[in-house]
Design a protein around this ligand. Sequence first.
Ligand code: ADP
Ligand code: ZN
Ligand code: ZN
Length: 748
Amino acid sequence: MSYQRYADIIIDISHENLDKTYQYAIPEEYLSTAVIGAPVIVPFGLGNRTINGYIVGLSNEPKISVEKIKSISSVLEGAPVIESHLIYLAYWMKEHFGGTMNDALKTVMPVKRAVKIKEKRSIVLIKPIDEVELIYEEQKRKNNAARVRILQALLKTDRLDYDNTLRDFNISRPTITWLIENDIIKVESKQLYRNPIDKQDSKFNNISLYDEQQRIVDTVIKEYNEGKRNTYLIHGITGSGKTEVYMEIISEVVASGKQVIVLIPEIALTYQTVNRFYDRFGERISILNSRMSDGERYDQSLRAKRGEVDIMIGPRSALFTPFKNLGLIIIDEEHEGSYKSETTPKYHAVEVARKRAQLTGAFVILGSATPSLESYSRCASGEYKLFKLTKRAKEASPPKVWIVDLKEELKQKNRSIFSRRLKELMDEKLRRREQIMLFINRRGYSGFVSCRSCGHVMKCTHCDISLTSHTNGRLICHYCGYEEAMPNLCPVCGSKYIAAFGTGTQKVEDLVKREFPNARVLRMDADTTKNKGGHHRILSAFANHKADILVGTQMIVKGHDFPLVSLVGIIAADLSLYAGDYRSGEITFQLLSQAAGRAGRDAIPGEVVIQTYHPEHYSIITAAEGNYEEFYEQEMLYRRLMQYPPAAHILLVLVTSKEEDKAEKSIKHVCDALKEYITANRISSRIIGPAPAGIAKAKDIYRRVIYIKDEEYEVLIGIKNYLEGYFNYSGQFTGCNLQFDFDPMSSY
Ligand code: ADP
Ligand code: ZN
Ligand code: ZN
């Protein structure tokens, strides 16, 4: 080969704005290892300091004059090479969600850097045994005790474990070197993978799918075999048999020689769940979770890459498993907020899964008991295909749900947090030695203000979102920055019982103990699960009936089966209803549906008490009725009216700085630039803000936001690209940081 090869390289420094590629020459010796995605070391800058980078392109043409092109110092061997389609995916993520190429590459990489792999080394005899015998005799005569010891062992067996041998026979490295130099042995090394699943028994029993399940499997597989690559949504209540459907489809896809990624929210990734997959697919599955070390995660992605597993199960990050021949991505509980990344690029797993599927010829299945509005509306528009599972697979009657109006309780002079109905049912269940779960909806508890007499909630006049009380006695809108004074009397009914709302889990636990002194109570929240295994300890104590009542936050409503639970009490359903977030109604519906699903999972029929100041609110009524379609219709009306996703898209622009006036000035500059851009390009996007973020200061960093709404996602990408360029190259934003979030799912 006479011509020179060149590589385009992305430099691995994320704090500098080096978001472009640099061309380097590939030295002869690295021609075979310098592939797209390979990590490299290159000289960089005037001082030629060495720095890490990744190859993102290859060519035969120099882009600048040849004498200016430097050479790659080395290609890192044994380090993870990124699949080329994952590099493209990273590029797409950066474009679609913001951030630098480096941020995106780090997201799609299994681990940031290669981790030392555990090896199993063996000593292997390679000389014919009769020659070894002669050498052995000779060494004995020369009194080389160490050599004699190992030769003796080798005469008995031709393969020894390296580490054990050195230790057990007290052999030093020079002895091994001598053996190698005399062609007596060689040292073999084999990489050891740590299988994260510890597994005793397998008990796969063949379930025959019921009609609705079978129809889904048949349709999906037929379309797959016809070469169609659709996105499907399975809308089925908890326990309707979605997981059985997934497993059946997975086995077909795997049989066709392809691999499958199954995303499950971390909180639902329990031993039980993993075991079901293990029972069915055995060693061909692997899992990822956040408790694993980088090394363990790296091992698992290497196994996937080498084709040693067919199925990877894990939370959001498992999406980037480097399978060579991906056939299917399943996202269970697709409505979960944890599928949205909270670090840049702030991507949504569903969008990225669909893109990766498109790049690799795979298809996507989403599943949920309470689909996100985004997904359900895509079914309506024909972008996804919808399947429904309407009944529980194991016949169990749906729970009886009571909605209790807390305003009525106050009128009846009941100031306790337990309504009369809840108290009565708790007494009854305790008498019958059944179990109770009390759920405190703390999600979004941020001090919204409501009237205990009429239920009126203080809302922003511009945003229809609840105002949040701040310690200075002001009520503030987290969306637009509007503020007003905290009223002394309810502006609707004049009652003096108007206050910031909130009941902590600990307080509820105390009240439960006071009210039910003979009951055994467990509490599960962020405090009691801080320690490793705390989660598991509490749940298994409750499962073993070591307690009668479990008090907890949303942690307790997900994916756990307690056959003895016959009553679920939701202390204050409203807490998430006024979380200062356009998704509050949806989150409330999801949480209430899930909580209701905890009651009466087996033989004992279940009851659910929902306590609320808003018994007329559609999220509460539809959740109590288990009527998703009705909820969807109502919620979509609101989203359309307010131009919230999925009716339109929102781009959040966040500027942060250690200095308040810098943050303030910068967001104004950004906003001016934005307005100019919008005018110049005749775009009709709506700008909301600039305003202090909901969390206006965090860890001594000041935060300012602008929200931009537009029906076209592409228009918002254009705005992001423009603002990114303006921010990075206008030179007036030193000491400030700029971030984007598309269709944000967390509060700022
Ligand atoms: P989901 O994933 O929708 O919550 P699962 O697939 O976990 O539902 O099913 C709930 C329970 O019903 C599981 O114990 C499962 O083994 C069982 N199950 C599902 N489908 C069937 C079926 N066709 N026949 C018998 N049992 C089933
Ligand atoms: Zn009132
Ligand atoms: Zn507002």
